[in-house]
Design a protein around this ligand. Structure first.
Ligand SMILES: NC(=O)c1ccc[n+]([C@@H]2O[C@H](COP(=O)([O-])OP(=O)(O)OC[C@H]3O[C@@H](n4cnc5c(N)ncnc54)[C@H](O)[C@@H]3O)[C@@H](O)[C@H]2O)c1
Length: 323
């Protein structure tokens, strides 16, 4: 098999991807600065002779030249991630998410390496359609509101990747993830399920922002990683963008109630305005549901694990962590 570079390989999705690539016999180099990710996420693979972790930043161009040497494929997962981190530190978001992507795309193009770009449903901005498909318009709020910097920075990455594909024959696949969840995801950067599960296991309260009527879809990281790897093995996917997610929406309030039902006990829900968590200039997206028909058409699979099993697995994992 080949040699893969996984940027952000110590992160939540990155570490699951590293494991899956090693399991099928690939050699893997992970590059991570351990900012939102952590080395213990790679404990399962750290002694595998085909694996190497390089601790460093994608913002270091010299290091990028070193780690891209001799690889066949780059999975670019590293980014400044999380609603809270992005709202708190827009400079870091923009600097981490744009320039290093350009440097990596140049390396991949020059060396004929395949490229997977991790993008996000945030690129749709606050579009109000029932479901979002890859050809829909992007609707961001004003630049005076830093929360849109994350989606905009990833949209720039997509433009760059597509430009390299069209003009310089880069073999690239772009995946727009919609709320990926599972073991190893942490709650302190604003990710809703780990935050709710942690709160529930401590007896509450679960803090729901606004009225809890926001709708989201949640896909298991294992299924998402399977989609990524399958897309990279599918020639028809080259040069294309794919929504990658589940398409069964649930309101955040119902999600909190489902988690309480599974954890058991008398756990209160506390409703707080967004501005208390993210400041006065925060705007949220009410509904976020992917149209996954292109993914299904291309690889004949989409994430389907039901929410009860998914939540139970995360609760069991978190219980183990809290022991
Ligand atoms: N989890 C989701 O629901 C979701 C949704 C949409 C998009 N994404 C995208 O998927 C990718 C992975 O996200 P995740 O959920 O696993 O989050 P994560 O925070 O666990 O992973 C990101 C990883 O990148 C690393 N990183 C950050 N800045 C870096 C730098 N300058 N140099 C080297 N490494 C750096 C972090 O330490 C972390 O390990 C990101 O590109 C993110 O934008 C995730």
């Amino acid at each position: 098999m080949g040699h893969a570079l996984v940027t952000g390989g110590a992160g939540f999705i990155g570490s699951h991807l590293v494991e899956a690539l090693l399991a099928r016999g690939d050699k893997v180099t992970a590059l991570d600065n351990l900012s939102t990710g952590q080395a213990p996420n790679l404990d399962h693979v750290k002694d595998n002779p085909n694996f190497r972790l390089v601790v460093g930043s994608i913002t270091d161009p010299v290091l990028l030249t070193e780690v891209t040497q001799g690889v066949d494929v780059i999975y670019h997962m590293a980014a400044a991630v999380g609603v809270k981190l992005v709202a708190d530190d827009p400079v870091r978001t923009i600097e981490t998410n744009i320039y290093p992507t350009e440097v990596l795309l140049r390396h991949a193009t020059a060396a004929g390496q395949k490229f997977f770009l991790a993008s996000t449903s945030e690129v749709y901005g606050k579009y109000t359609k029932e479901t979002w498909n890859e050809e829909d318009d992007l609707q961001f709020g004003p630049t005076s509101r830093p929360r849109w910097a994350y989606g905009c920075s990833k949209a720039i990455d997509e433009f760059l990747a597509l430009a390299y594909s069209k003009k310089r024959k880069l073999d690239v696949v772009i995946g727009r993830f919609f709320n990926v969840v599972g073991p190893r995801q942490v709650g302190h950067y604003g990710m809703v399920i780990p935050r709710f599960v942690e709160a529930a296991l401590k007896g509450g309260p679960i803090t729901v922002y606004d009225d809890g009527g926001q709708e989201r879809c949640f896909a298991h990281v294992r299924e998402v990683v399977d989609c990524i790897i399958t897309l990279m093995n599918t020639p028809a996917a080259s040069g294309q963008i794919f929504n990658i997610g589940a398409d069964q929406p649930v309101s955040v309030k119902q999600l909190a109630e489902e988690i309480i039902g599974l954890v058991g006990g008398d756990i209160p829900i506390k409703y707080v305005p967004y501005k208390d968590a993210y400041g006065d200039d925060f705007e949220d997206v009410r509904r976020r549901v992917p149209d996954v028909s292109k993914l299904k058409r291309t690889i004949n699979k989409v994430p389907t694990l039901n929410r009860k099993d998914l939540l139970q697995e995360i609760i069991d994992w978190k219980r183990g962590q809290m022991k």
